[in-house]
Design a protein around this ligand. Structure first.
Ligand code: ZN
Length: 613
């Protein structure tokens, strides 16, 4: 903190949001010489952090029309759900001069219109309630402030390309971190509204850990307490950055920030061009598994600075902040990024090939146990992200497949197909580089057809059939067909001997509640529903975690009596058990691999196939 910070902090109480309009002296805060161009200047104060209210002032200069429209985004890039950010806005006021209010009205849920009375300098004040701690929302409490531009700021329709100045007025001992260039004391400049939306702010007493990679400055800005070892995380992050920079041929930014929020039982990330926001369980760094999961999250969000932030599907080339932005290609933006988030830590030496294959097995297992993979095509899953992926319900697993998960699986098959065809001399890496060169560098959106052309150019063969079956169709992915060239196969646990009932449970307050009922399963045919409480099988109570054990006492084809509470009513359902079904899959080396299979494996993962036995 320095003296200037302190003085600005003292002026918070006089901000117009307290009800006072803007005086001429505060208008001078736009300290650059004024041109005739529209000038936008935001101030964000937080005089009572415990109230969770950000106090925002927008000053507009050189406005030329009788009315001024202001709109707030309904979603933020990277998180494909209409979140209606304006529902958190309150106390909207508009002014000109020292004390004169301007009339305004709302024309839509996120749309305010001000009558300017011919004034060219206008000030708008409002507050935004911020108490949702996720990477894509706002959070303000007595310990810090964090916000995303889409959830805090208005844009002026037609003027989204105008540069915006943002000044933060924090409590005395708080500091401000953002990827935007600093132009004054806690004052930053965004070259346009997109850049503002793409640059979250962390304000508080967070830890700042600077480090360098390839001569460029990076930092971790960490809020919250946890059991992390920062030095180790930075060392591993440096390796991840180096591996990804090598893949794409350099780092396309001047400075990069990793925002990390530590909270209880949290997981998430949101990508930006020059930063990313991560949220992770504060005590989730000790065990090997969880630490590796965190480094995968780092690898994932960092990979996005190319794939989706700069290499964008056509539907996301120009953001429409008011509506859904549809694209059939999120499987490439998210799924291919997920494919790489497992692979990059392996290449960075953070874990070994065996760990990689275990992680990949887990994903294959999740995929093959989701019935919806045979219902919803991958391109449709991408397109319908807005109404489906972010809004799961009890039927989701029956009717949908995540474009993250299937996109990852399809990327695996494509990588393997390219590698086999070209003896590991080409891979999906070449596709990424080609997409970067052709679309990412210039930020020209790619169409579904253009992506296919790039894939085909690298693969050297036609992918129409592959697309028809696995991207636009719902055919089962033939893992073994693609893996066998590398001496691997997928093995299931079908032989566990538990006859299938077709439902899963969760324990809630000591009660066994049906979480999911599979389409056309014995449970569904017997009218058992998600939400039912399982009480007994053949008149004997089913205790917590006992379902599988109890089913082992029966054979496929046996009829059992299942007692449930269905909407408070005790019901006994009769059902016939089905043959055992696989609930888990894993990758395994085949018996007696040939020299070629061993060579292919080594060319792919860099170690001998024998090491993963
Ligand atoms: Zn992602």
């Amino acid at each position: 903190m320095n003296r200037e910070d302190f003085e600005l902090t003292q002026s918070i109480e006089e901000l117009p949001c307290e009800s006072q309009p803007i005086g001429t002296s505060s208008a001078a805060l736009i300290d650059t010489p004024l041109s005739q161009d529209l000038a936008l200047f935001y101030q964000v104060a937080m005089s009572h952090p415990e109230s969770h209210l950000f106090e925002v002032t927008l000053r507009i200069q050189n406005w030329q029309a009788k009315t001024l429209d202001l709109k707030m985004p309904v979603w933020t890039p990277g998180s494909y759900l209409v979140r209606e950010y304006s529902r958190h806005l309150q106390d909207f006021e508009a002014f000109y001069g020292a004390e004169t209010s301007l009339n305004w009205r709302k024309l839509g849920k996120n749309h305010w219109q001000i009558e300017t009375q011919g004034r060219s300098e206008i000030a708008v004040c409002y507050r935004v309630f911020a108490n949702e701690l996720t990477v894509r929302t706002n959070h303000l409490d007595e310990t810090h402030g964090y916000f995303n531009g889409a959830a805090l700021f208005f844009f002026v329709p037609g003027f989204q390309q105008v540069p915006i100045r943002i000044q933060i007025l924090p409590p005395a001992d708080w500091v401000v971190t953002t990827a935007l260039p600093r132009v004054g004391v806690n004052t930053f400049e965004a070259q346009n509204f997109d850049a503002l939306v793409d640059s979250p702010f962390e304000i508080g007493q967070h830890q700042i850990h600077p480090f360098e990679v390839l001569s460029k400055p990076h930092e971790f800005a960490i809020w919250g307490r946890g059991n992390l070892e920062v030095d180790r995380i930075i060392r591993d992050t440096q390796k991840i950055i180096e591996v990804e920079a090598e893949l794409f041929g350099g780092l396309p930014y001047d400075r990069y920030i990793f925002f990390l929020h530590l909270a209880s039982q949290a997981f998430g990330g949101l990508e930006h061009k020059d930063s990313c926001s991560l949220i992770y369980s504060r005590l989730g760094f000790r065990t090997k598994d969880k630490y590796e999961r965190f480094m995968q999250l780092v690898a994932h969000e960092f990979f996005h600075l190319w794939n989706v932030k700069r290499i964008r599907p056509k539907g996301l080339e120009v953001f429409d902040y008011e509506h859904e932005n549809y694209t059939p290609s999120l499987w490439f933006s998210e799924g291919t990024t997920s494919f790489y988030d497992l692979l990059i830590p392996l290449r960075a030496g953070i874990y070994d090939a065996k760990t990689y294959l275990t992680a990949l097995s887990r994903e294959i297992s999740r995929y093959l146990t989701t019935p919806g993979r045979l219902v919803q095509p991958l391109s449709e899953s991408s397109f319908d992200a807005w109404i489906k992926l972010y809004r799961p319900d009890a039927n989701s697993a029956n009717s949908q497949i995540s474009y993250y998960l299937k996109g990852e699986m399809v990327s695996l098959l494509l990588d393997l197909a390219i590698r086999i065809k070209h003896q590991n001399q080409r891979s999906l890496d070449d596709v990424m580089r080609q997409m970067w060169e052709q679309f990412g560098k210039a930020e020209v959106g790619f169409t579904k057809e253009q992506l296919k052309l790039v894939l085909e150019a690298v693969a050297g063969f036609d992918l129409t059939d592959f697309y028809d079956r696995y991207i636009d169709g719902t055919e089962e992915l033939p893992f073994d067909e693609y893996l066998v060239g590398f001496g691997l196969r997928v093995v299931s646990n079908r032989e566990t001997g538990v006859p299938a009932i077709g439902m899963t449970l969760r324990t809630e307050g000591g009660r066994e509640i049906v979480k999911f009922v599979e389409t056309d399963s014995p449970a569904q045919r017997a009218a058992i529903d998600a939400g039912d409480e399982l009480v007994a099988i053949d008149g004997l109570r089913v205790g917590s975690g006992q379902l599988d054990e109890r089913l082992k006492d029966y054979q496929a084809g046996d009829t059992i009596e299942v007692t449930v509470f269905h909407s408070d009513e005790l019901k006994t359902r009769s059902l016939t058990l089905a043959p055992p079904r696989a609930t888990q899959y894993h990758l395994e080396a085949i018996e007696h691999p040939s020299t070629l299979q061993q060579q292919n494996f080594e060319g792919w993962l860099g170690v001998s196939l024998a090491t993963v036995h």
